[in-house]
Ligand binder design. Structure first.
Ligand code: PMP
Length: 462
């Protein structure tokens, strides 16, 4: 809307000159010339030049119900007119209280205590701080180490970022590394040649137990895991992994945080993937993104009855969980989240995801036959193609650095946005995508991969 009074060149200058984007590469700052998305309807976004593109990653894995939903916009406007803000420190509000209750009704097991945050990072941060708090209250101040995994992504606040195991992101910023321990990659694609999936699974579970034993169970507070490592490249651990890891955690009084910032709110055809898909009831679930379908920021850290019981009551009369945000449970976000839940249920979107997932997975799997594709993997409406331009090179990733971006560029020319990550492209379309739109998406993606292959052949790489 603000562009009405400025031509596109001017607006692009504002973006290049004034807007520091997430993961801003300093080599290109000031001249990154990103694609502007200015409008959206259903699974499509439209660009500054009016092109309509399928939004492959649904924004950042979040626009579950699709763009341009006036019902959710109206619910937010209505709440803003009625009451735009309340102080969650001093007061309560019926919209936000109702949301906490509606979420608790949909969580697994005894996960009934919803601590609202401003997004996913603050949800993870709050989960970690709650566990520190719990151990301090219980007189276990030494129990502070959190076990995470290579390729994990848990956010961009200091503590959450410290739990993130993407090695390329770790070089330039400080980490709270005295609090972390990282387990090796759980991606079956990188297992040793000849190793069975069962042996790989045993090894990955043993990695966790050995880490706890070596560090000392009295020092390990928690294990944090995305059900599927999303930003790390949609890494799906072997079947049974989470359940067995939870058993290990239970044996050693290590709490289990399931980071469902991406997998929650329908991405896998269920409100939460932990129980329905992976058969675990963790101690804490973190969520954000799909909670409001991205219409407005909001996240939550959902804590079990058991943990709350441990730190409350007479035994901890003076304890205060000194962690909270001005916008915890913001009523406009809560109104959006409530309407989002209502729409997902009324439109049968969870069932829809379960219905179209086999087709999505079949089309995804077929990409593995293309010469450039090393692995094509996913689960639910989450997918990734990992490209290997020259598997015999010493540094495969160095060669592949821009392959994801090359594919994305070809796809954008043909109506599809992806999310390139080094040698990978990931995608997680709006949940309302139809089977024929899934075909459209994969047709374009296949074209983009083939076109990139011929570019590489011309460059003498492939
Ligand atoms: N956890 C996971 C699993 C995520 O994928 C993300 C964001 N991609 C976050 C946490 C951080 O969420 P946010 O960007 O909303 O802070």
């Amino acid at each position: 809307m603000t562009q009405q009074t400025a031509d596109f060149e001017t607006v692009r200058d504002w973006d290049n000159g004034n807007f520091v984007h997430p993961w801003e590469g300093m080599a290109g700052i000031g001249r990154n010339d990103r694609t502007f998305t200015e409008g959206g309807e259903g699974i499509y976004v439209s660009t500054q030049t009016g092109e309509r593109l399928i939004d492959g990653p649904a924004g950042m894995w979040c626009v579950q119900i699709g763009y341009g939903n006036t019902e959710i916009a109206e619910a937010m406007a209505q709440q803003a007119r009625e009451l735009a803000y309340f102080s969650p420190f001093n007061n309560a509000n019926s919209t936000s209280a109702r949301l906490a209750h509606e979420i608790a009704k949909r969580t697994p097991g005894d996960l009934n205590h919803v601590f609202f945050t401003t997004g996913g990072s603050t949800a993870v941060d709050s989960a970690l701080r709650f566990i520190q708090f719990r151990n301090n209250v219980l007189g276990l101040p030494e129990k502070k180490i959190v076990i995470s995994r290579q390729k994990a992504y848990h956010g961009s606040t200091y503590l959450a970022a410290s739990m993130s195991g993407k090695e390329r992101d770790q070089g330039w910023l400080d980490q709270a590394s005295h609090l972390t321990h990282f387990l090796p990659n759980v991606n079956p694609y990188v297992r040793a040649e000849g190793q069975s999936i069962e042996a790989f699974l045993d090894e990955k579970v043993a990695d966790l137990e050995n880490a706890i034993l070596q560090t000392g169970a009295d020092k390990v507070a928690a294990f944090i895991a995305e059900p599927i490592l999303c930003s790390g490249g949609v890494i799906v651990p072997p079947a049974g992994y989470h359940k067995r890891c939870l058993e290990v955690c239970r044996r050693h009084d290590v709490l289990y945080i399931s980071d469902e910032v991406v997998t929650g709110f329908g991405r896998m055809g269920h409100w939460f993937a932990s129980e329905e898909v992976f058969d675990i009831v963790p101690d804490i679930i973190t969520c954000a993104k799909g909670m409001t379908s991205g219409y407005v920021p909001m996240g939550a850290c959902i804590i079990s009855d058991r943990l709350i019981a441990e730190v409350s009551g007479d035994k901890s009369r003076d304890a205060t969980f000194s962690n909270g945000f001005t916008y915890s449970g913001h009523p406009v976000s809560a109104a959006a989240a409530l309407k989002n839940i209502e729409i997902i249920e009324r439109e049968g979107i969870l069932e829809h995801v379960r219905d179209v997932t086999p087709h999505f997975e079949a089309r995804l799997g077929a990409l593995a036959d293309l010469p450039l594709v090393g692995d094509a993997r996913g689960k639910g409406l989450l997918g990734c193609v990992e490209c290997v331009a020259d598997a015999s090179a010493d540094d495969v990733l160095a060669l592949d650095k821009t392959v994801g971006a090359m594919i994305d560029a070809h796809c954008q020319e043909n109506g599809l946005i992806l999310r390139p990550i080094i040698n990978m492209c990931v995608f997680s379309p709006p949940l309302i995508i139809s089977e024929s739109q899934i075909d459209q998406m994969f047709d374009i993606l296949e074209y983009g991969i083939r076109k990139t292959t011929s570019d590489l052949v011309k460059q003498g790489v492939k």
